[in-house]
Design a protein around this ligand. Structure first.
Ligand SMILES: Cc1cc2nc3c(=O)[nH]c(=O)nc-3n(C[C@H](O)[C@H](O)[C@H](O)COP(=O)(O)OP(=O)(O)OC[C@H]3O[C@@H](n4cnc5c(N)ncnc54)[C@H](O)[C@@H]3O)c2cc1C
Length: 448
């Protein structure tokens, strides 16, 4: 950490968005860029071994350990709400599924915001720029249509964000896929064409059997060597500094950063970029006096800007995890149920970087419609050759697979609201987040 306290850009949060922004902004040598990340470096082995999500979720080394408020719509239950707390953010603990979303989502955002840059054809160019797709390792073998969606110019994938095929398959998942096609869901080998309808194995953000997080993709190969780039880990932004300009407008000019020992005030000449994730970004805004005035006043925070939308309208894909017992077919529950099985799995990964340790949690997916009248696929299945009560809990002792299903367009909305004005209390014992999954039911939705 240098003594420098002034930068052109200060990026808060080195997760998925933050790492990419660091890369792109520091590519211009004229820009000085500081990354402030509350978590530690991504030097924990379970981040990189794909099956390690089991040990990263619910682990204070890598997860903020949030819980939802008790939800009447869920019979009063609270849910774990994992959020990555390390370089790479959620991309260091997530399911690794490479999924762009549906073209019509982007079109809708363009319509709502009035900003054409959100349109599918515009974002497609951005996807192509940063993607490095395994099928384009030999561009001659890829079709023009595929290059149109995934390639960069005519040369194939040349971005940083590696997308690979999974390194193992399961009979039980193949059988699920076949049953889905018999039921009318088309088979697909690419969920990222714009309409993700179909059933097939997901492609994943991995490289050679290792998780490919955004720290590896966007920070390590380039930013680490750039003299105009500086990175602080274990450094938590605690307040945004907003100043009134001579023309009366308000501008965020800096940020207070807690390093664990001291509070340092940092100044940004150009921009402070808040990329602390869907939970911590609104949290930091509220702590800085930007949010619903009544909430801020309740916690004795001076209101800088009364913005009721900050922390509101949280949407998520609540999943129903249906577990099915099976017979006469291998599942991970059985393969990993004894020491010999575990040793074989470990050896396979050590020798070939394949087998269950290279697994994304959900290997097979299906996007389809809850009824034929639906204009677009509105439900998604995540299918796993295993079952457990919750991630982080042991596998069940009986052979089974899980077919989770979620509503892609939920009508329920949650919110994130601070429970304390003290950023240090934004910890498990004093949870600040309450993404409430209120239940709303309508005939069109499978599960709101
Ligand atoms: C369990 C799980 C599984 C998922 N699976 C998939 C999947 O398979 N495929 C997929 O496409 N998406 C998946 N997602 C979603 C995807 O990972 C996220 O949408 C994406 O990573 C969010 O990126 P982000 O940059 O907005 O936030 P994050 O990646 O969360 O980054 C935010 C960063 O900011 C840091 N930070 C927070 N507060 C502060 C502060 N005050 N000061 C400094 N730093 C701070 C955090 O520590 C973190 O590193 C999953 C998410 C989770 C949680």
């Amino acid at each position: 950490m240098s003594d420098n306290t002034e930068f052109d850009y200060i990026i808060i949060g080195g997760g998925t968005a933050g790492a990419l922004l660091c890369n792109r902004l520091s590519a211009d040598k004229q820009n000085s860029v500081l990354l402030v990340e509350a978590g530690r470096r991504d030097d924990y082995h379970w981040i990189h071994i794909p099956v390690g999500y089991l040990y990263c979720i619910g682990n204070p080394r890598t997860d903020w350990l949030y819980n939802t408020e008790p939800d009447p719509g869920l019979n009063g239950r609270t849910l774990r709400y994992p959020r990555g707390k390390t370089l790479g953010g959620c991309s260091s603990i997530n399911g690794m599924i490479y999924m762009r979303g549906q073209a019509r989502d982007y079109e809708q955002w363009a319509q709502i915001t009035g900003d054409d840059e959100w349109r599918w054809d515009k974002v497609l160019a951005a996807f192509r720029r940063h993607e490095d797709h395994w099928r384009l390792d030999d561009p001659a073998k890829a079709s023009d249509a595929f290059k149109q969606l995934h390639g960069s110019k005519s040369t194939g994938g040349s971005g940083e964000w590696r997308v690979e095929k999974q390194r193992l398959r399961w009979d039980i998942l193949d059988a699920f896929a076949e049953a889905a096609t018999q039921a009318g869901v088309p088979a697909t080998d690419d969920f990222n064409r714009g309409t993700n309808e179909g059933v097939g194995y997901f492609e994943v953000n991995q490289k050679g059997g290792w998780r490919w997080n955004t720290a590896k993709a966007f920070l390590r190969p380039t930013c680490y060597g750039r003299p105009n780039f500086e990175m602080w880990t274990n450094a938590q932004a605690s307040r945004l500094i907003v100043e009134t300009q001579p023309d009366g407008t308000q501008r965020c000019t800096g940020v207070e950063v807690w390093t664990g020992q001291e509070m340092i005030t940092m100044k940004a000449h150009k921009e402070v970029i808040l990329s602390a994730g869907a939970v911590n970004s609104p949290q930091l805004l509220q702590l800085s006096g930007i949010g619903p005035a009544a909430l801020l006043q309740k916690h004795g925070i001076d209101v800088v800007r009364d913005l009721p939308g900050v922390g509101a309208n949280l949407q998520d894909h609540l999943q129903i995890r249906a577990v099915y017992k099976v017979r006469n077919v291998p599942t991970l529950n059985v393969l990993a149920s004894n020491m010999l099985g575990k040793a074989k799995i470990g050896l396979e990964y050590a020798l070939r970087r394949s087998g269950p340790m290279s697994m994304a949690p959900s290997q097979l997916g299906a996007f389809t419609r809850s009824s034929p009248e639906m204009e677009h696929p509105n439900i998604e299945y995540h299918v796993q050759p295993l079952s457990l009560d919750a991630f982080g809990e042991p596998l069940h002792h009986f052979p089974a697979f899980t077919a989770s299903v979620c509503n892609l367009n939920p009508t329920s909305r949650g919110s994130v609201t601070i429970k304390s004005a003290d950023f240090r209390k934004a910890r498990p014992s004093h949870p600040i987040t309450c993404p409430r999954m209120k239940t709303a039911r309508s005939p069109q939705t499978a599960c709101a």
